[in-house]
Design a protein around this ligand. Structure first.
Ligand SMILES: *[C@@H]1O[C@H](CO)[C@@H](O)[C@H](O)[C@H]1NC(C)=O
Ligand SMILES: *[C@@H]1O[C@H](CO)[C@@H](O)[C@H](O)[C@H]1NC(C)=O
Ligand SMILES: *[C@@H]1O[C@H](CO)[C@@H](O)[C@H](O)[C@H]1NC(C)=O
Ligand SMILES: *[C@@H]1O[C@H](CO)[C@@H](O)[C@H](O)[C@H]1NC(C)=O
Ligand SMILES: *[C@@H]1O[C@H](CO)[C@@H](O)[C@H](O)[C@H]1NC(C)=O
Ligand SMILES: *[C@@H]1O[C@H](CO)[C@@H](O)[C@H](O)[C@H]1NC(C)=O
Ligand SMILES: *[C@@H]1O[C@H](CO)[C@@H](O)[C@H](O)[C@H]1NC(C)=O
Ligand SMILES: *[C@@H]1O[C@H](CO)[C@@H](O)[C@H](O)[C@H]1NC(C)=O
Length: 846
């Protein structure tokens, strides 16, 4: 969100001045990466034991004076789990990232003289060679992952070095994806001794970060995929300590070395065999995002900070005055009384409830920031209670850790302590968070955690958490733990029947279960706009679909052209918020000249017309584990051109987006996938393309290149409204994009937009279909229905209609004439009296 340095962009020196530790600055990493393995582990063959679901054995170090437990099991969805822990000194295990203890499957183990073999009932196979400790994993008879291929397995047990490491090979893979968060392309670069530094996973506050580097950022999701046109497999490295990951893309494999500063070796092998199945295997472990409240998919307006109540109210009013859609106004740290979270500065915000009532009356909501640092102040109730109950993170000597942050000297809640988390959750209670009303949701920022004036602006690693856990071992889940507590707090705040919305900067594997994320303190540059696409795509295949970047770039002065392109592109990422640093000129969209303002308005409106699609995608994400947005390689995995493609993406399987993200662009090269029989429709320009690859597309400043797949059906809401809440009873406009067989299908999900009643069947999930001259709508889950849902249709467009369509017969009686445009390639039925679909509708074309 913010930082204390003011970074100056000059010709030769760009943003991103901070240079933090790399592997060579961290002795544990440097030793493992550049030295040999000094103490290889040896498997004691006679220790191997087997019960129905796991094989267990003892490993011994070469000196013979230390034993380690090795455990191998198989879990649901074709995943193998391998753990190694120190038997005499068991270490911290990161359990909270998983959505539950994975269900172990029965396995068949064959314990041979030289190796052991484990098979699952579904045909995945694991081979462990005793002498080399090499583990080979097969899927459908193909070797997909080799663990310890290069013999790098390390488990250090010295007082001052508890690091661990292991190497992986993905045979046949040509690229690697995953391990966010880095300001990096979808395809990771080769690193390695003599080359680039390894990718670092260590949550830090890194304002105006440089692009295309291995530097750590705010979050860490240790899942890595080895991908090729033939197969994909993955490794989930469940460890929350600082981690370095080397990648080597060779001609016939991807090799990788994971090095962590502490914790245990805990590996999940995602056997694939496709990117889709590997991603779903990963989300089966760490969970999917619960369906968000509908309004959160609208446009969010933020700034560090709207300093007064009047300022915030004026912003909302101006959005209305200028006909700009808006759903949420955000209050950054300055609404608080001296950065004491859960309080208000009543001088600046004399009537916070009045402010919220006003915002509510315009159909909008408020998000308030709450950070994890608490001011050391004997008059401040949070500090008093947390101090009295020992809820703060400790120094090694047992005293409360104190350091500077926004409020001055502060302490940090220890979320590993259950009571502290529960207390923290209760702070969000309706009775406890004074003057926060029922329209408030939460932004958890600075939770890497960020600390001022200390090394790397974060906690020293020797701080101590509850139970004597050393911070080093849990650094990367600090932010996750805050959002988990906030989530519990918001659930309780809204009586367990309103879906919490949380935006978090720091994140870890599993964060999707509680929060949305954004890409942190980016910069107003073209390359920051472009990198936001792969950053969110990488998050999406790493479980976190609800991702966006600050529209306009947080820091730096945004140019008009860049800002227009950013509003246009940002509309196609799941989270859509404009935000800006306090050092930037005011840049609310209504402050711009009319031509520019019109484009902002068009981009915002375009987003709102697609809200039904976003909402349906999120429902399908929760249910099926499929990302909301995805790289082309997720769907068109056998097409070699998609492997490194990240300047365009898919929203579901039916919408292809290639935003203009080059300064001065008049043409973009859009890749149309799928082959000659795949059709792609541009409804803004009435154009049709075949899926035959790179296609030059002429663009103007008004262009937002978006294509709809032939074979799909889209439901849009096209009446411009000030906010999503005011669109709920509007009719839908349906687009039927016929494929070469005159077939099309699509889905639409409707519920009450806010509660958890959908989990009890109070929703309508529709399949729309066009087949054999009939367009029909039916319920996919016949037992689920949302009686208050509005699904009326006023217009239907059919692209590539069969020439003989003259009339549409609705539900067997009413007849409507159809009209043709664009040389009869587009057909329209309009003013069809808002047909009310209810549970089903049939429209026959004659
Ligand atoms: C199998 O053995 C492991 C290790 O001893 C143990 O944790 C696990 O609970 C056992 N499983 C069953 C089904 O007995
Ligand atoms: C390691 O385990 C073996 C049994 O496999 C046992 O004999 C030996 O005493 C153990 N060593 C230590 C240091 O615990
Ligand atoms: C994919 O498999 C085919 C057939 O086995 C093989 O010819 C091709 O080289 C493989 N491609 C890659 C990138 O591994
Ligand atoms: C409260 O807001 C006023 C007006 O913006 C400001 O001058 C003052 O410093 C703030 N006080 C605190 C304690 O935040
Ligand atoms: C917001 O509006 C809804 C109804 O539209 C009402 O039930 C609720 O109490 C309002 N909340 C606030 C803070 O005004
Ligand atoms: C308010 O906080 C107290 C503890 O400080 C807690 O017992 C109570 O449940 C909280 N109220 C709500 C509505 O969460
Ligand atoms: C519109 O008509 C033109 C000219 O016939 C044609 O090239 C184009 O594909 C049509 N557009 C659609 C969406 O079918
Ligand atoms: C939620 O949205 C749907 C569809 O837009 C609408 O039919 C329904 O009435 C809304 N529900 C509420 C409670 O606003």
């Amino acid at each position: 969100m913010k930082h204390i340095l003011i970074l100056v962009l000059s010709l030769s020196v760009a943003y991103g001045q901070l240079l933090w530790n790399t592997c060579s600055d961290e002795p544990f990493c440097d030793r493992i990466r550049n030295g040999g393995v000094t103490a290889p582990l040896v498997l004691n063959r006679y220790s191997i034991g087997f019960n129905f679901s796991s094989v267990n054995a003892i490993l011994t170090n070469s000196a013979g004076d230390r034993n380690f437990s090795l455990s191998i099991s198989a879990t649901e969805n074709e995943i193998f789990r391998i753990t190694i822990d120190d038997l005499s000194n068991p270490r911290y295990r990161v359990s909270q990232a998983l959505q539950g203890e994975p269900v172990q499957l029965p396995i068949v183990a064959t314990i041979g003289q030289e190796s052991l073999q484990i098979t699952t009932s579904t045909g995945a196979l694991l081979l462990l060679d005793y002498a080399t400790l090499k583990i080979s994993v097969y899927k459908n008879g193909n070797l997909v992952v080799i663990i310890n291929d290069n013999g790098k397995t390390t488990f250090n047990t010295q007082e001052d070095d508890q690091s661990i490491a292991i190497d992986f090979t993905f045979p046949g893979a040509t690229t690697a994806y995953g391990i966010p968060e880095h300001a990096e392309r979808l395809s990771l670069q080769s690193t390695g001794p003599g080359g680039l530094n390894p990718y670092r996973l260590y949550n830090v506050d890194f304002p105006s970060y440089p692009i295309g580097t291995q530097q750590a950022l705010y979050g860490a999701v240790p899942v890595l995929y080895g991908h090729s046109v033939n197969a994909t497999a993955g490794i989930f490295w469940l460890n929350s300590a600082q981690t370095f990951v080397d990648i080597a893309r060779t001609s016939n494999s991807v090799q990788s070395l994971f090095i962590s500063e502490g914790g245990i070796i805990d590996i999940f092998v995602l056997t694939g065999p496709t990117l889709e199945s590997a991603v779903k295997q990963y989300t089966s472990l760490t969970g999917t995002a619960p369906l968000p409240q509908h309004y959160t998919l609208g446009h969010h307006q933020s700034r560090w900070s709207y300093l007064t109540q009047e300022d915030a109210e004026t912003v909302v009013r101006q959005f209305d005055n200028y006909d700009l859609p808006l759903d949420v106004i955000w209050l950054d740290i300055d609404y608080t009384y001296g950065f004491r979270y859960f309080t208000w500065n009543y001088t600046a915000f004399p009537d916070p409830v009045g402010l919220q009532e006003f915002v509510n009356s315009t159909g909008r909501k408020v998000v308030l920031i709450i950070d994890p640092h608490y001011k050391v102040d004997a008059e401040y109730f949070v500090w008093v209670t947390a101090t009295a109950n020992d809820y703060f993170v400790k120094n090694p000597d047992g005293t409360d850790y104190q350091a500077d942050c926004w409020p001055g000297l502060s302490s940090w809640i220890d979320f590993l302590k259950e009571d502290a988390s529960a207390y923290y959750a209760s702070l969000y209670g309706m009775d406890n968070f004074t003057d926060a009303t029922d329209i408030v949701q939460i932004w958890n920022d600075m939770n890497e955690p960020a600390v001022f004036d200390v090394f790397e602006k974060t906690f020293p690693r020797d701080l101590v958490h509850y139970g004597g856990v050393i911070h080093r071992d849990v650094h990367n889940i600090y932010g996750f733990s805050q959002t988990a507590a906030t989530f519990d707090g918001l659930l309780a705040r809204y009586d367990y029947n309103k879906r919490p919305f949380i935006l978090t900067r720091s994140h870890f594997a599993g964060t999707q279960r509680h929060s949305a994320i954004w890409t942190g303190d980016n910069y107003a540059s073209w390359e920051h706009l472009r990198i936001s696409f792969p950053m969110c795509l990488t998050q999406a295949i790493s479980g976190i679909s609800y991702c966006g970047a600050d529209v306009g770039g947080f820091s730096g002065q945004v140019t008009e052209e860049l800002f227009q392109r950013w509003y246009q592109a940002g509309a196609w990422l799941p989270f859509y918020r404009a935000h800006a640093d306090q050092y930037t000129e005011r840049r609310e969209p209504y402050l711009f000249r009319e031509e520019v303002l019109n484009r902002f308005r068009n981009a915002l409106r375009l987003r709102y017309t697609y809200l039904p699609t976003w909402y349906t995608r999120f429902f399908e994400h929760e249910r099926y584990g499929e990302p909301v947005i995805m790289p082309l390689s997720y769907v068109y995995s056998s097409d070699a051109n998609t492997v490194d493609m990240d300047d365009q993406w898919l929203v579901g399987r039916n919408i292809l987006v290639h935003p203009v993200a080059e300064e001065g662009a008049t043409i973009v090269s859009v890749y149309m996938p799928g082959g000659a029989s795949e059709l792609w429709f541009d409804i803004a320009n009435n154009l049709m393309y075949y899926g035959v690859g790179y296609t030059p597309v002429l663009v103007t400043m008004d262009s937002v290149p978006v294509y709809h797949r032939g074979g799909s059906i889209l439901a849009r809401k096209e009446i411009a409204r000030p906010s999503s809440a005011l669109m709920h009873s509007d009719p839908f406009t349906i687009y039927v994009f016929l494929d070469v067989n005159n077939y099309a299908t699509g889905t639409l999900y409707i519920d009450d937009n806010q509660s958890f009643n959908y989990r009890n069947g109070v929703y309508s999930y529709y399949r729309m279909q066009h087949i054999n001259n009939v367009f029909s709508v039916t319920l996919i889950d016949p037992d689920a229905y949302y009686p208050d849902g509005v699904f009326t249709i006023d217009t239907i467009w059919v692209y590539r209609p069969p020439a003989h369509y003259k009339e549409a017969v609705i539900n067997g009686n009413t007849r409507y004439a159809v009209t043709y445009t664009n040389d009869s390639s587009i057909m329209k039925i309009e003013n069809i009296g808002n047909i009310n679909v209810k549970e089903s509708t049939v429209i026959s074309f004659v």
